[in-house]
Design a protein. Structure first.
Length: 352
């Protein structure tokens, strides 16, 4: 059970608090949603209820032990060397686990946390330097002009494109992609995206996630990642993420098992094909399988926006990875957190 207290160095929007009651009075005025979450956090219950993002199914509430949540917060602080007096920016919605965890890390570790309204350009009005922030890829992309204001950034909630990673090689901020889910209380593995040392320069061309301490990984018969993380999850977690194990602490993420396309007996991972296509397509897009009498499924490309001509000669696609058809749609169907819903978007394309 969580004690009815928080780290004495904790600050919220430059304000310090002498008691939970004082903090609660402040959040009651500042953010009703944060206030309600903190009421749950400081309650006598040994767990909290959080909402999944809905990226791989319908959003649903799940229960997380507060003890595990604290372990997760401490693991992040230890891994990234973010101890008391860390200045951090919260620019994610408190409604979901990623935003909640920024607040819990601050409460647990004694951070100085500033909270701003969630939008796609989080640094637009910022002129202060921070040690740490968490963003989704769109926020990161839109923040490159001011990215030097944040010393370390973790990015989750979507794939960081190859084009964005190339841009990150020119910034001083240390940026890390994260792997995790609500059930693992955010990330259980991270991947450095830029600022590699000479000793690890080879890693620029690799896509390996490194697990945090106290995490064991292996694959099931589908080649999907299985996670045993007893500090943050009571049960073993069987994912739908197809991976290649590099070692007992490293893995390469290949894509979602649900998205794998079987085209004429060739298994295609859309996410890997999309990495290559990102070099020539600037609009949002995805590839997906469409039923085909001859191939079983054929690879098609769906692009958001107006019609444009696409040529593939400049990128390294195998003959199986070249889309057989291309479709355009004015607006993708999204989850509440802005993730593309591929199948629903495809339904929209073919019901026009």
């Amino acid at each position: 059970m969580v004690k009815n207290s928080f780290h004495k160095k904790f600050q919220l929007n430059s304000s310090s608090f002498s008691s939970v009651a004082e903090l609660q009075a402040y959040t009651k005025v500042f953010s009703e949603e944060m206030h309600q979450f903190l009421e749950s956090w400081f309650s006598k219950s040994d767990s909290i209820i959080v909402q999944t993002s809905g990226s791989t199914g319908a959003p649903k509430p799940i229960s997380l032990k507060k003890e595990f949540v604290i372990h997760s917060a401490k693991a992040t602080g230890l891994y990234f060397d973010l101890q008391e007096n860390t200045s951090a920016l919260l620019c994610l919605p408190i409604h979901y686990i990623a935003g909640k965890m920024m607040l819990i890390r601050a409460l647990t570790l004694g951070w100085q946390l500033d909270v701003i309204e969630t939008n796609s350009h989080p640094l637009q009005e910022i002129d202060k330097v921070y040690d740490f922030a968490a963003m989704v890829p769109l926020q990161l992309e839109n923040s490159l002009a001011s990215i030097q204001l944040i010393k370390k950034i973790i990015v989750g909630g979507g794939v960081v494109s190859g084009r964005l990673q190339e841009k990150l090689q020119r910034v001083s901020t240390d940026v890390f992609a994260t792997y995790g889910m609500t059930e693992t209380i955010t990330h259980i593995a991270v991947k450095k995206l830029n600022n590699f040392t000479l000793a690890s320069a080879k890693a620029v061309n690799e896509s390996f996630y490194h697990t945090l301490p106290n995490v064991t990984i292996y694959k099931d018969e589908r080649n999907c990642l299985v996670i045993r993380a007893p500090k943050v999850a009571a049960a073993v977690i069987f994912t739908n993420d197809v991976v290649q194990l590099v070692s007992d602490r490293q893995f390469e993420w290949l894509g979602r098992f649900d998205n794998v396309i079987n085209s004429g007996g060739i298994k295609l991972h859309p996410e890997k094909i999309e990495e290559k296509l990102a070099a020539i397509i600037t609009n949002r897009f995805f590839v997906i399988g469409k039923q085909d009498e001859k191939l079983g499924e054929k690879l098609i490309l769906v692009i958001e926006g107006k019609h444009q001509e696409i040529t593939y000669e400049s990128i390294n696609l195998s003959k199986f990875e070249v889309p057989k058809e291309t479709y355009f749609v004015a607006k993708f169907v999204e989850t509440a957190t802005g993730k593309i819903q591929r199948k629903k978007t495809l339904q929209k394309v073919f019901t026009k």
